[in-house]
Design a protein around this ligand. Structure first.
Ligand SMILES: [Fe+2]
Length: 380
């Protein structure tokens, strides 16, 4: 049955970090464990967050891109040693995913790997406040965390209502210093969430509403945020776009772009946003016949002139608009640019079907191993 679940309190806009202290208080106060990455400590963002509250904050800067699930165990140990009662995840999706999972593990026995899959976490853990510093993953409103499993070189998710953050603070001032390549790749990750959710088999009225608005906001603000990182209105627009795409994601889930990107990321450790960006236009071209009307609307939302066009021609414009946007943002256009050996494409395709079944079946067009191989070859 359709269900809409999101983070119950969302503060947003310039200066919204000022709400942090009150949110910690509402969650019971006490000692706070902040999980982030060393880059945000060096950039002074972490200390801005620590100074925004009078509660004592213990900082763990162990988060890293494309985290392995083993990292969570180290963060749980940290939260225990520091006797934390509230957790803050500060950073991109990796930091927030790690913080959410470490917080939930504080109320559960065993190992993260025991809980891979959907609805397998038996109990809630500590409450989490998510503070994103990239506009991309939507992790601040998602009941899922994704980790790399080094045992078999795959990326796996844990999905549980208990992982949902209790509050999110989206202050665009914290994203002003995000470098251009990360602005681009995380922004296209958000666009991928919106487009994949919009055309997902599990899409609902509510996920369509947030996905449509997300596509329009990202189309409008991503080029501006890339052109001038200090454009506060563009940064705010991107955080809103990413948030709305994340809301859609929590309901409708993604499809073949993410399935292929997760398999690619597991085998070749390609950054999530880069892999999505590269594959998005190729998968859209593949999916086009299954969702022409919705792609025509995507073209319109991205500002393409669709008046007088057939539905199919408008749908083609959506693919072209996305391709042009990723090129404008100077993101890689071909898998060969990422030094991926051509011989490994078949393995990536097989892994996609073997390990990403839940999102492969959510794709609007059925995807076989042969289809996955053809898409990867076209993208090579
Ligand atoms: Fe994503």
């Amino acid at each position: 049955m359709p269900k809409f679940l999101t983070t119950p309190v969302i503060h947003h806009g310039p200066g919204s970090l000022g709400q942090l202290d009150e949110e910690i208080r509402k969650l019971g106060g006490g000692r706070v464990g902040l999980i982030t990455d060393p880059g945000l400590v060096a950039a002074g963002i972490c200390s801005r967050v620590v100074q925004a509250t009078h509660y004592e904050v213990a900082v763990c800067d162990a988060a890293e891109p494309e985290p392995s699930y083993e990292l969570v165990a180290r963060c749980v140990e940290f939260l225990r040693d520091e006797r934390c009662e509230v957790v803050i995840g500060l950073g991109g999706g990796s930091s927030i995913d790690t913080a959410k999972m470490a917080a939930v593990m504080m109320g559960n026995e065993g190992d993260v790997s025991d809980y891979f899959g959907a609805n397998r976490v038996p109990r809630p853990g500590l409450p989490t406040i998510a503070i994103p510093t990239t506009a991309g993953t939507g992790s601040e409103v998602s009941p899922a965390s994704v980790f790399y499993d080094p045992r078999d070189g795959t990326k796996k998710g844990v999905r549980s209502d208990y992982i949902q953050p209790k509050a999110a603070i989206l202050d665009p001032e914290l994203t002003l210093g995000l470098p251009q390549p990360l602005t681009a790749s995380t922004g296209i990750d958000a666009l991928t969430h919106a487009i994949e959710c919009y055309t997902a088999r599990a899409a609902t009225l509510l996920s369509d509403m947030t996905a449509e608005y997300a596509i329009a906001l990202i189309g409008q603000h991503l080029p501006r945020a890339y052109a001038d990182g200090s454009d506060l209105a563009a940064r705010d627009g991107m955080l809103m776009g990413s948030l709305l795409a994340g809301m859609a994601l929590a309901v409708a889930n993604v499809g073949a772009v993410h399935a292929l990107a997760q398999a690619l990321g597991g085998i070749h450790r390609v950054r999530h946003g880069v892999a999505n960006s590269l594959l998005l236009p190729y998968v859209m071209d593949f999916n086009r016949m299954a969702c022409r009307a919705k792609y025509a609307r995507v073209a319109e939302l991205l500002g393409e002139p669709i008046d007088g066009l057939s539905e199919n021609a408008a749908a083609e414009l959506a693919v072209a608009a996305v391709r042009r946007l990723t090129a404008d943002l100077q993101l890689p256009q071909r898998l060969r640019e990422l030094n991926i050996p051509k011989e490994s494409l078949d393995l990536v395709a097989e892994r996609t079907i073997e390990t990403q079944g839940r999102i492969v079946t959510n794709n609007p067009r059925r995807l076989s191993v042969e289809d996955a191989k053809a898409i990867l070859r076209a993208a090579y």
